[in-house]
Write a protein that binds this ligand. Structure first.
Ligand SMILES: N[C@@H](CCC(=O)N[C@@H](CS)C(=O)NCC(=O)O)C(=O)O
Length: 222
């Protein structure tokens, strides 16, 4: 099979975003050269017509492979990278294993992270008068709900190993570390999640994860 070569990807990104972190780690694990364009969430640049033309929902990131249509949604991007550049794998070889990893990934990237995004805050503030304290309580609640459920699974399911699934890092680890990374930016912690803590600490010993840390990105506060 002829594999595609690796042109330089263009990644529309912002330093602290959890979804961008996921894509940064996957690109680094697969050794793919990338150029980042900053979309400043604090300045509302995700709402600009130019960015909305790439990503109509105004979510970051968007990945562009030269000559192809933009790809939005971090999980779709990870799946695309996995299909086109299979090594090292982000998904296990067996179907049941892949279903488990996708399920854990969805719990984090689809059912936890989106609830704490700026657009949700903006709506709750404008429509329901949610103040800063209530927003923090909201974020803490939804991070806790997601992470406690993931902890329960990781701690009890035999497929958990040094990482979320076995002893190689993959998609579920990327999603887990991405949620924990943004929680650290927000200074929110969920107690009593020892399996998550162990796995994320292990992820952070790997270059691809360490280099994707929000604090190491262009535009991050000193
Ligand atoms: N499901 C999307 C989420 C994208 C998303 O919401 N990203 C956040 C930053 S992590 C964002 O750009 N939010 C902008 C906003 O809420 O206005 C993905 O995984 O790519």
């Amino acid at each position: 099979m002829r594999m595609p070569s690796s042109p330089r990807f263009e990644l529309y990104a912002f330093w602290r975003t959890s979804a961008t972190y996921r894509v940064r780690v996957a690109l680094a694990m697969k050794g793919l050269p990338t150029h980042e364009h900053i979309v400043n969430l604090d300045a509302g640049e995700q709402h600009s017509p130019a960015y909305r033309a790439l990503n109509p929902l105004g979510g970051i990131p968007t990945l562009v492979e030269p000559g192809h249509a933009p790809i939005t949604q971090s999980l779709a991007i990870l799946e695309f990278l996995e299909e086109t550049r299979p090594l090292p794998p982000l998904l296990p070889a067996d179907r049941h294993g892949r279903a488990r990893v996708r399920s854990l990934s969805g719990m984090l990237a689809a059912d936890t992270h989106p609830l704490i995004t700026p657009r949700v805050r903006k709506y709750l503030n404008a429509s329901h008068g949610l103040d800063d304290a209530a927003w923090r309580a909201w974020q803490t609640h939804w991070f806790g709900t997601g992470l406690r459920a993931v902890e329960q699974r990781l701690a009890s399911e035999p497929a958990t190993g040094a990482f979320c699934h076995g002893d190689q890092p993959g998609m579920a680890d990327i999603c887990l570390a991405s949620v924990v990374a943004v929680m650290r930016v927000l200074q929110i912690s969920v107690p009593d999640t020892p399996t998550i803590d162990r796995i994320v600490d292990r992820c952070n010993t790997l270059d691809a994860f360490a280099q994707a840390q929000p604090s190491r990105q262009a535009g991050a506060p000193a």
